[in-house]
Design a protein around this ligand. Sequence first.
Ligand SMILES: [Zn+2]
Length: 90
Amino acid sequence: MDGFVDKSQIKKEREKARALKKSQWWKQQIGPGVCYHCGEKFPKEELTMDHLLPISRGGKSTKKNVVPSCHGCNAGKGHLTRAERLLEEE
Ligand SMILES: [Zn+2]
């Protein structure tokens, strides 16, 4: 089945993401305070860790697959509003 990801794998990758967030490497990534998606500047506290390929689609919590993202981009991926996303998921 295409796109099927084991629940235990999702859990594992989420745990790896949590560990990665505490790393010195991640602090360097969010240091400049720039969102990877929109390029705007934000206070460090407002940047979240975003997976380029979502864990739910088989993405891994590796340095290559995670980027700093503002809440707006992380929630809407820059294209759709929350309402539009909800409609799409129906
Ligand atoms: Zn952004």
